[in-house]
Design a protein around this ligand. Structure first.
Ligand code: SF4
Ligand SMILES: [Mg+2]
Length: 284
């Protein structure tokens, strides 16, 4: 068994449910590498999951405490846990692009607005892949998919100057980054930074789906084809505001770093409760 998986995961859950060769397994391992580099043990972190390929691969794999949420709602559960758990306990959520940026987006934005101390790792397979490869909001423009046989026509959040991470930034997030799964060291560093953030943090990791997206959009369902295509489309994020017309491709790097700039949700609530009690003349 992979030594990191052996250290942190339930033995019967590795290598997991992802298709052979899927980048999702690389992502799973990169997250473990970051956890290990921080010196965390299974009791230091609670791991939540959601739906789809990313949810299924990571569901109940962690040796420590785990939980699962319904589609798009895992942030609300995690917010409740954040209030209940000791401050030093980390909460990590591994979700897909649908859980993060479509059905889950209002809930995710609420967590960012409140600056809840959570780390969200978004495994972005470029659409709804566990149901056969329908397009979603991170599917590149013009892609031929199961639900767009003539190519996607409506704007997504990765092309034409739009970037969903800009919305999350404006909602109040403390730390945001985007990488591809092939940028292993960068993913590990960003997940480490995110887990060390006292506030809302998110790392989007593009891994693509060779089985559906590769076969349908690229005409080649091999692992080598999707990896070569991802490498060719990877461009570094330029510092400063997002360009009016963003370059096509995966803009990777640290998108936003405002760690420490806003009070964290539970601290703000506890301060508020203490102030209300003080006004009422109560000490406990
Ligand atoms: S369907 Fe695609 S994204 Fe999902 S596990 Fe298989 S290869 Fe990976
Ligand atoms: Mg998806």
């Amino acid at each position: 068994m992979d030594p990191l998986a052996g250290k942190y995961l339930r033995p019967e859950k590795w290598p997991g449910t992802a298709c052979p060769g899927c980048g999702l397994r690389l992502l799973h391992r990169e997250v473990l590498t970051a956890i290990d580099a921080l010196g965390l043990g299974p009791s230091d972190l609670v791991w939540g999951t959601a739906i789809g390929c990313t949810g299924r691969q990571t569901y109940a794999t962690w040796r420590g405490d785990t939980f699962a949420g319904t589609h798009g709602r895992v942030y609300a559960l995690a917010t409740g846990l954040r209030l209940a758990l000791p401050r030093e306990k980390r909460i990590l959520l591994t979700v897909g692009d649908g859980d993060a940026f479509t059905i889950g987006l209002p809930h995710l934005l609420a967590a960012a607005r409140r600056n809840v101390d959570l780390t969200v790792v978004v495994g972005d397979n470029l659409g709804y892949q566990s149901t056969g490869g329908q397009y979603g909001v991170t599917t590149p423009a013009g892609s031929r998919t199961d639900s767009s046989p003539y190519g996607t026509w409506e704007p997504g959040w990765s092309d034409g100057g739009l970037d969903v991470l800009g919305i999350v930034r404006e909602a109040g997030a403390s730390f945001l980054a985007r990488h591809t799964v092939l940028q292993r060291d960068a993913v590990v560093e960003s997940v480490k930074a995110a887990l060390g953030t006292r506030g809302f943090s998110l790392v989007q990791v593009v891994y693509g789906c060779h089985v559906h997206y590769g076969a349908q959009a690229l005409g080649d369902g091999t692992v080598g084809a999707i990896q070569g295509w991802i490498r060719a489309r990877t461009v570094p994020l330029e510092p400063g505001p997002a360009p009016e017309v963003a370059p096509a491709g995966f803009r990777t790097g640290v998108f936003h770093d405002a760690r420490g700039a806003r009070p964290e949700f539970t601290e703000r609530l506890r301060d508020h409760v203490a102030a209300v009690r003080a006004r009422a003349g109560r000490t406990s």
